[in-house]
Design a binder for this molecule. Structure first.
Ligand code: NAI
Ligand SMILES: O=C(O)/C=C/C=C(\O)C(=O)O
Length: 485
């Protein structure tokens, strides 16, 4: 049986208590690995190693050498592409068709982009007159924040973990990562990459384990100087409270209930293609995905019927079948949660246009964590599945008449992560995009990511922006030095 271990101070180790928990293949519910359950000794050892590395070989490394190492990590990840691909798809159930184009290439890109960023960090300087008629020069400099705690989720495990580890290391910090307990493997695999490229010991550490045990221990640890988290809003709130103890900085990327706005003057082919992606990709387990679709009344029926066609055409199946579009959801618990939302939608009076339950799968797949691609119409804006994040391959479609009305509907949510707007009228696109309360607005597209741009959410969707130079706000301390001449 495969064993997934901690990676602490450059060594792969089991837990001191010898405890392991089970990891399952979401497509079959078969046991695929035993994962070490980290407790206090492992969290303490990882944080101590990370702290020591700040003043050791890693902390003393010249910026250019650090940048070179970041590229080397990315190159080694590219060389191990197939290992990462297989591990990620087996843990999550996502098909090769997604992970090959999104998850795995982004893992390496997340190191390259921050290596590039660090080459062009500029410091501010201000000359001032002093009361005694002389002058003083102020200049700012950035220094690493210290030991960064990284708590990452299961939906895009490698992508979202490296989106934090890349900038943290590029800025000279050290990290202690706790990946989701349901998708532990690629975070440990990255430890092999770190060993291979010669990253100094203690700079990258991994403690495996459940959120309620290992996650809690990590967030409470007072030698964690700052913590970055992606996941559910409620967990984000818990982590924020824990980090208030010791006044430690946080970066939170949380849930969404993202709207798509489809105007009657849209390019319908484009609107259907991108909306189908944003609703169903990764079995709807993307925080940027669309769960509320608003369509202008004259094209409502045509849009509903064409999105239904697109959903019906999706091939659901196992990750290593190259023709598969959609896999299972990640766990039995998550399948149950999504199916409960599907039941609530029916009870609250939804018209089920597509799906609405669990598909019947055959043979080895019959016990897997499958849910159907699902479309509803006819619910009021107060309905549960219009208000709450489902995180499954589903959406509700509602008609609207005017621009003012749809902007109000789109913004009537506790979240504010992402949105999409489909129109061929450029003035309207600018106007509407500027009025939507979300961190990202995609016009005639979805999940088009330039990694230099600010990424993050408004309202309950998070705190902070990461990407390119914006990541320096969280991963460095900015210091002013004032020299009297
Ligand atoms: N990117 C996103 O927006 C994501 C949203 N979700 C949503 O969250 C729901 C719950 O799924 P979970 O896996 O429980 O997500 P979660 O947000 O609780 O888990 C994400 C990470 O936080 C850790 N964690 C959990 N509780 C913690 C605590 N008290 N202290 C420190 N770390 C903790 C987990 O072990 C995992 O590594 C899902 O059904 C889904 O709707 C889940 C994953 C990602
Ligand atoms: O492109 C990114 O950096 C992030 C994408 C998706 C998420 O953050 C998520 O699904 O949680």
């Amino acid at each position: 049986m495969k064993k997934v271990q901690h990676y602490i101070n450059g060594q792969f180790i089991d837990s001191e208590c010898g405890e392991f928990f089970d990891n399952f293949n979401p497509a079959t519910a078969e046991l695929i690995a035993k994962v070490a359950q980290g407790r206090e000794p492992e969290v303490d050892a990882a944080v101590a190693a990370a702290k020591a590395a700040l003043t050791g070989e890693w902390g003393q490394m010249k910026l250019n050498d650090r940048i070179a190492l970041m590229y080397e990590i990315a190159n080694e990840m590219d060389r191990r592409f197939d290992d990462f691909l297989e591990a990620e798809c087996l843990d999550t159930g996502k098909p090769y068709s997604i992970a090959r184009h999104i998850d795995i290439p982004r893992g390496a890109a997340n190191f390259k982009v921050f290596a590039d960023t660090m080459k062009s960090v500029a410091d501010e300087a201000y000359r001032m007159d002093t009361p005694d008629g002389k002058i003083a020069m102020n200049y700012s400099m950035r220094q690493p924040k210290g030991v960064i705690g990284v708590i990452s989720p299961w939906n895009l495990p490698l992508l979202l973990m490296t989106w934090k580890v890349g900038p943290a290391l590029a800025c000279g910090n050290t990290v202690v990562v706790k990946p989701s307990q349901v998708t532990p493997t690629t975070t440990s695999l990255l430890g092999e990459v770190m060993t291979k490229v010669g990253l100094p010991k203690g700079a990258y550490n991994v403690v495996q384990g459940r959120g309620s045990i290992t996650g809690n221990l990590l967030t409470a640890h007072q030698d964690i100087d700052a913590l970055t988290f992606t996941g559910e809003t409620k967990t984000g709130e818990t982590i924020m409270k824990a980090c208030s103890n010791g006044v430690r900085d946080i970066s939170l990327e949380l849930g969404g209930k993202n709207p798509a706005i489809i105007f009657e003057d849209c390019d319908m082919d484009k609107a259907i293609f991108e909306t189908a992606r944003s609703v169903f990709a990764n079995s709807g387990q993307v925080c940027l995905g669309t769960e509320r679709v608003y369509v202008q009344r004259p094209i409502f029926d045509e849009f509903v019927s064409r999105l239904k066609d697109a959903g019906q055409k999706l091939k659901v199946g196992v990750h290593n079948d190259e023709s598969v579009d959609m896999g299972p959801v990640v766990s039995a618990a998550h399948r149950d949660k999504v199916l409960e939302f599907y039941d609530i939608a029916k009870k609250e009076g939804a018209n089920v246009i597509l799906g609405g339950g669990a598909p019947k799968m055959e043979g080895a797949l019959k016990d897997g964590f499958w849910v159907e691609p699902t479309i509803w119409t006819g619910l009021p804006e107060t309905a549960t599945v219009v208000k709450e994040e489902v995180f499954g391959p589903c959406c509700h479609i509602a008609p609207f008449d005017t621009e003012e009305e749809v902007i109000k509907m789109a913004n009537d949510t506790k979240y504010g992560l992402a949105s999409t707007v489909f129109t061929e009228n450029l003035d309207k696109a600018h106007r509407v995009a500027s009025k939507i309360d979300s961190g990202i607005v995609w016009v005639n597209s979805w999940f088009l990511r330039d990694l230099r741009t600010p990424f993050g959410g408004m309202k309950g969707s998070g705190i902070g922006r990461e990407g390119g130079h914006h990541s320096l706000e969280f991963y460095t301390e900015l210091k002013n030095i004032c020299i009297k001449m």
